[in-house]
Design a protein around this ligand. Sequence first.
Ligand code: PXL
Length: 280
Amino acid sequence: MVKRVLTIAGSDSGAGAGLQADLKTFCVLGVYGSTVVTAVTAQNTRGVQDWLALPSELVAAQIKSVRSDIGAAAIKTGMLANAEIIAVVAASMRSDVPRALVVDPVMSAKSGDPLVDDSAVAAYRDVLFPLATVVTPNLPEVERLIGRRVRGDAEMRQAAQDIVGLGCQSALIKGGHAAGSARDIFYDGEDFYAFEEERVNTQNDHGTGCTLASAITAYLARGSTLPNAVREAKEYLTGALRNSYAIGAGHSPVNHFWRGISLETVETSNSAIQDQPAQG
Ligand code: PXL
């Protein structure tokens, strides 16, 4: 039976990050992905030239359309742009609790261009994190969320505990912005896990955060435990970085299709799709 997942995220016209990266990841990992658009960015591999958030009412209407018919076993959020959009997402999660909610607290693009307004940071902390299964900040994001510098293992562990202290079930602190190997710290409220991969030296790294969080979402929907979903997602992302290729002059996307589509998990018959009732 095909698992359904949903991403609530911004559009990247260059299709390296945002909901386009999420949907590619969902396809490859064998789940059916729906897309609720929160914002439209004018963007390429060099940076973000412009963006506009959609009205929160339209975001709410899209979520209702998807969840009242197709349903979603696991939901991922990416660029949420402002506090009003975060509030309507949280309201939907409270009224119909998903099996898993992966919150990637996107604040800026790889190019450094901001993708949220100032109202989003407090709204993430106060309204959305308490509903999340896992929150996946990178180092600049976690520093903004907890208000202090985070470097090295001990500080990453403390930061993970502080994020879980805000009410989410678990936190993945991504160390990719630090020098050295790509070492992430995952904390599930009880145990710490360190996930480390050799750094892939490439400029084709646009959309890494979106890809990792959507892979975690896909693996959770398919039944992986939390730490396993994180491990499997990181392996998928590392392969996508290793097999990437340039499509523009700046930060090109990772190669989502490096390992092909997992056909054994993709079911195409209508009966299989109809087997799973919609939620809400
Ligand atoms: O990688 C974070 C991200 C999320 N969402 C959108 C983006 C980006 C980065 O560029 O463009 C729409």
